[in-house]
Design a protein around this ligand. Structure first.
Ligand SMILES: NC(=O)c1ccc[n+]([C@@H]2O[C@H](COP(=O)([O-])OP(=O)(O)OC[C@H]3O[C@@H](n4cnc5c(N)ncnc54)[C@H](OP(=O)(O)O)[C@@H]3O)[C@@H](O)[C@H]2O)c1
Length: 287
């Protein structure tokens, strides 16, 4: 496992385990335990995933089993838009995440979207960070223009920005902006999020064959080699293990370029962040 250093000196593992769309508590807990047993040390949940409690239970069980210590783990959660009405709602939502997880602190907490009154919400996060409830704070889905304005305005700049990053949505400019502001990039949907079917791409299959690896391992490795923290999700033990077995090979510069050439530009994302209806839906507004 490799690490990157956040702007506050904390070390973040370059591979984590995501639990989006695993609402079943037992399945989530089992998957997280399998991930920690495999070697993952970063777990990525969110208030909106409704499984912060299952993650917390798995963490406690892993520690009780002696697999790792709390200090070796890096538990991330996120503040949903409903908590971004003002400072007080954000403060309550941060406390609710910590309480639901059953943990004393969270290693990283993110503004899930650039929506609502996210500046007031950030001030609540800055205060929770200063109090030690959150060891690091960051943002998610902040595109370059929004991130620039944010970093130039807030007291404590975000340490992480979690955005969609895979070979079909390379986001070169976003990575350049993050580097400029010392913000560590995290990739959500690093395997394409169940879309694009990279697993049948002949070029990717050829590169995988050359390294005796799978296509999934190749595209995860591609993001790591450009400095991106990856958060693959799976509820299947064999895939959880496969996705973690990426630390013993290196892609060549030529292979890195070929993989990047799959980029579809703005058309490579199927998220609806630029759709006004999606924003209204997240804000809970119905017209
Ligand atoms: N900040 C945000 O707005 C945001 C948005 C989306 C996601 N996220 C975070 O990022 C994490 C990952 O994103 P994601 O879950 O959307 O996408 P992903 O990890 O790219 O892809 C997950 C999908 O790929 C399948 N899969 C996993 N390993 C595989 C393998 N080795 N071979 C073939 N298929 C494989 C999974 O199925 P099985 O589970 O059936 O194996 C699942 O359908 C999330 O869990 C969450 O923590 C954040």
């Amino acid at each position: 496992m490799e690490y990157r250093e956040l702007s506050n000196g904390l070390k973040i593992p370059m591979e984590g385990f995501g639990v989006f769309r695993v609402p079943d508590k037992a399945e989530c807990k089992e998957s997280v335990l399998n991930a920690i047993r495999t070697g993952y040390r970063l777990i990525d949940t969110a208030a909106a995933y409704t499984n912060e409690d299952a993650v917390g239970e798995a963490v406690k069980e892993a520690i009780a089993e002696g697999i790792c210590t709390r200090e070796e783990l890096f538990i991330t959660s996120k503040l949903w838009v409903s908590g971004m009405k003002n400072y007080d709602t954000a403060k309550a939502a941060i406390d609710a995440s910590i309480e639901k997880s059953g943990l004393e602190y969270l290693d990283l907490y993110l503004l899930h979207q650039a929506m609502g009154d996210y500046f007031s919400a950030w001030r609540a996060m800055e205060d929770a960070y200063k109090e030690g409830k959150l060891k690091a704070i960051g943002v998610s889905n902040f595109y370059p223009n929004i991130l620039t304005n944010f970093c130039e305005t807030v007291e404590i700049p975000p340490m992480v920005n979690q955005v969609e990053l895979h070979p079909y949505f390379v986001q070169k400019e976003a990575l350049e902006t993050m580097e400029y502001y010392h913000v560590i990039p995290e990739a959500w949907a690093p395997l394409g999020g169940g879309r694009y079917n990279p697993f049948e791409d002949e070029m990717l299959k050829g590169i995988a064959q050359a390294h005796n690896k799978t296509v999934g391992q190749v595209i995860l490795r591609w993001n790591v080699q450009r400095g991106v923290v990856i958060l693959p999700k799976s509820t299947h033990l064999n895939r959880i293990q496969e996705n973690f077995d990426i630390w013993d090979f290196c892609l060549t510069d030529d292979e890195m370029e070929k993989i990047s050439s799959l980029d579809m530009g703005p058309g490579g994302t199927r998220t609806k962040h630029f759709d006004p209806d999606f924003v209204r839906m997240c804000l809970g507004i119905q017209h």
